[in-house]
Design a protein around this ligand. Structure first.
Ligand SMILES: CC(C)(COP(=O)(O)OP(=O)(O)OC[C@H]1O[C@@H](n2cnc3c(N)ncnc32)[C@H](O)[C@@H]1OP(=O)(O)O)[C@@H](O)C(=O)NCCC(=O)NCCS
Length: 149
């Protein structure tokens, strides 16, 4: 069965909240995830059949996007799903004419850092004590976008 990257709608939110709970120590609730239904944000779900295997979301500001969340179910990892989600988000950012994308990631999260580097995100700084549970610094990564020609 193939995996489709679909813009997140309300019907995806319960499964995304469950995914958050599996993947993060401080998961976003279904209520918090409603942000991604607003005009100031956009998110994509990786859907296989009717199952949500992963998702990515960004907050929109004039000219830039901030990636807030990226997660893939543990049993669906290493299948290229995160790669597909990041590629879909970059295409969306380019279609919207954004000039850059940024994100924060735990300094110990080598899989995510490797993934973002493979898409041309560069290390742009550190935010000390950014995370709790466990306490950790955040690496800030930025990708400049070129206009979609
Ligand atoms: C990070 C995460 C989203 C990757 O999802 P995934 O679907 O398994 O990733 P992909 O299969 O698309 O892998 C893409 C690339 O990421 C890197 N990567 C992914 N998992 C990795 C791992 N365990 N170790 C090293 N590199 C890894 C590799 O560069 C990989 O490319 P390759 O397979 O060609 O080597 C997933 O591990 C996850 O949900 N982690 C918990 C939540 C999280 O950390 N989110 C990021 C917060 S910023």
């Amino acid at each position: 069965m193939s995996v489709e990257m679909l813009q997140v709608c309300r019907g995806h939110l319960p499964e995304i909240a469950a995914l958050e709970a599996v993947c993060f120590p401080e998961p976003w609730s279904e209520g918090a995830l409603e942000l991604f239904l607003e005009d100031r944000a956009v998110a994509f779900a990786a859907v296989e059949g009717t199952a949500v295997l992963g998702y990515i979301g960004m907050l929109l500001a004039p000219g830039e996007g901030q990636i807030l969340n990226l997660a893939v179910l543990p049993q669906a990892r290493r299948r290229g799903i995160a790669k597909g989600l990041v590629a879909r988000l970059i295409a969306e950012a380019q279609a919207r004419g954004l000039e850059s994308l940024s994100l924060e990631v735990r300094v110990s999260n080598a899989p995510a850092i490797g993934l973002y580097e493979s898409f041309g995100f560069l290390k742009a700084g550190l935010r000390k004590h950014f995370y709790r549970y466990p306490a950790e610094d955040a690496l800030v990564m930025v990708k400049k976008l070129s206009p979609d020609i």
